[in-house]
Design a protein around this ligand. Structure first.
Ligand SMILES: Nc1nc2c(ncn2[C@@H]2O[C@H](COP(=O)(O)OP(=O)(O)OP(=O)(O)O)[C@@H](O)[C@H]2O)c(=O)[nH]1
Ligand SMILES: [Mg+2]
Length: 334
C-alpha cells in the first residue's frame, strides 16, 4: 500500500517500481474541461485503487504483488475520514483471516489479502514530520508495517536530504512512532540470527544498514531513455541541466527499497504481519468478544459481521472492481 498526500508522487513511484504504467499518474491534474465544476463531483474523499501485478526478476522468479494506491488521501479537511477508510480496510483483511482460521473446514482457495507493507510518503519539505504524518503513522502502525519514505527526493540537495532524514528520524524517535523496525527484537529471537556463520552476520549488517537508511529517499519518473554510451534503457528525471537516473544509488534509495520489499525482507514483512500485528489484533478482538454479552459459544459473531460489511464495501467500489483486474509486468531491473 502506498499512502501519501495528493501529488506526492505515489502513482509515478508505483509505475517506476513496476517499470510499467500501472496507475495513471497525476490523477488530480488530469485534463478536465474548462467548465469543470469540482463541487459536482461526489467528493474528493479517499479511494483505494488495487492493481495486481506479476513481477519477474532476472532469474525468472515471479512475485505476485497487490498494489494499493490511495488517491484522495488527506484531500479533505477532515483527515480522520481518510484514516478511518484505511484502518477499516486493513482490519477487514485481518478479519477475513480470523474468520477463515475459525472455520471447521478450511477453504483451499482462501487468499490472504492482508497488507504486508505500507509505504508512507513524506513530502520533501526539509522539515521533520507534520502533525498529520504523526497522526496517520500512529493510527495505522498497529495494523501494518509502515515504511517511511521521502518522496521526490530530487527536490532536495544531498546535504538537505541527509538533514531531512535526520529530522524525520528524530521525530519518529521522539514521538515513539510505530514504524517498521529492521532491528526489532522479533527478528533477533530467530535462533539462527546470531549464529557465527557469515550469512547471518550479513543479515545483521543488512538490517543495521536498512535501519540507518530509513526513511528511504526515492524519486519516480515515467520517462525512459536510451543511454547512448551503453545502449541501456534508463528511467530518468530530466532537468534543464541534465538527467538523473532514479535508480542511481548515489542519489536515491529506490533500489535498496525495492530489493528490501521484494527480495531480502519479503518474508520478514509477511511474518511480522502474521505473527505480531495480526496476532495482537486477534487477541484484542477475541478478548473484546469474550467480554461482550452477545458472544455465544465462542462464535465470533462480531468478527463475521465486520468482515461481511467490509467485503460488501469492497465489492461495491467501482474503482476496486476496475483496478482489481490482473495486469502483468515483467520487471527485469531487480
Ligand atoms: N520532482 C519530482 N517530481 C515528481 C516525482 N514523482 C512524481 N513527480 C511529479 O509530481 C506530480 C504528481 O505525481 P503523481 O505520481 O501523479 O502523484 P500522485 O501522488 O499519484 O498524485 P495524485 O494521484 O494526483 O494524488 C507529477 O507532475 C509528477 O511528474 C519525483 O520523484 N520528483
Ligand atoms: Mg496518482
Amino acid at each position: 500500500m502506498v499512502i501519501g498526500e495528493s501529488g506526492s508522487g505515489r502513482s509515478t513511484f508505483i509505475n517506476s517500481f513496476c517499470d510499467q504504467l500501472i496507475v495513471p499518474p497525476s490523477s488530480t491534474v488530469n485534463h478536465r474541461p474548462l467548465d469543470y465544476d469540482p463541487s459536482a463531483e461526489d467528493d474528493n474523499s479517499l479511494e483505494l485503487r488495487k492493481s495486481l501485478v506479476e513481477l519477474e526478476d532476472n532469474e525468472g522468479v515471479k512475485i505476485n504483488l497487490n498494489i494499493i494506491d490511495t488517491p484522495g488521501f488527506g484531500d479533505t479537511l477532515d483527515q480522520e475520514s481518510s484514516f478511518t477508510v484505511i484502518r477499516d480496510y486493513l482490519k477487514a483483511q485481518f478479519d477475513e483471516v480470523l474468520v477463515e482460521e475459525s472455520r471447521l473446514r478450511r477453504n483451499p482457495r482462501f487468499k490472504d489479502t492482508r497488507v504486508h507493507a505500507c509505504l508512507y510518503f513524506i513530502n520533501p519539505t526539509g522539515h521533520g514530520l507534520k502533525e498529520s504524518d504523526i497522526a496517520i503513522i500512529r493510527e495505522l502502525g498497529d495494523l501494518v508495517n509502515i515504511i517511511p519514505v521521502i518522496a521526490k527526493a530530487d527536490s532536495l540537495t544531498l546535504q538537505e536530504l541527509q538533514y531531512n532524514k535526520k529530522l524525520i528520524l528524530e521525530d519518529i524517535q521522539y514521538h515513539k512512532l510505530p514504524v517498521f523496525n529492521f532491528l526489532d527484537e522479533y527478528f533477533q529471537l530467530d535462533d539462527e540470527y546470531y549464529d557465527e556463520n557469515d550469512e547471518e552476520d550479513e543479515t545483521v549488517e543488512l538490517n543495521r544498514f536498512l535501519q540507518k537508511t530509513q526513511p528511504f529517499a526515492v524519486m519516480g519518473s515515467n520517462t525512459v531513455i536510451k543511454d547512448e554510451s551503453t545502449g541501456e534503457l534508463k528511467r530518468v528525471r530530466k532537468y534543464p541541466w541534465g538527467v538523473v537516473d532514479i535508480f542511481d544509488n548515489e542519489v536515491s534509495d529506490f533500489l535498496t527499497l525495492k530489493n528490501t520489499l521484494l527480495i531480502t525482507h519479503l518474508n520478514d514483512f509477511k511474518d511480522y504481519t502474521h505473527e505480531v500485528l495480526y496476532e495482537n489484533y486477534r487477541i484484542k478482538t477475541l478478548g473484546e468478544e469474550e467480554d461482550d454479552p452477545e458472544f455465544v459459544n465462542g462464535a465470533s459473531s462480531r468478527v463475521i459481521s465486520l468482515s461481511k460489511n467490509a467485503g460488501a464495501a469492497a465489492a461495491n467500489s467501482p474503482i476496486l472492481n476496475k483496478y482489481g483486474s490482473e495486469r502483468f509486468a515483467k520487471c527485469k531491473r531487480i
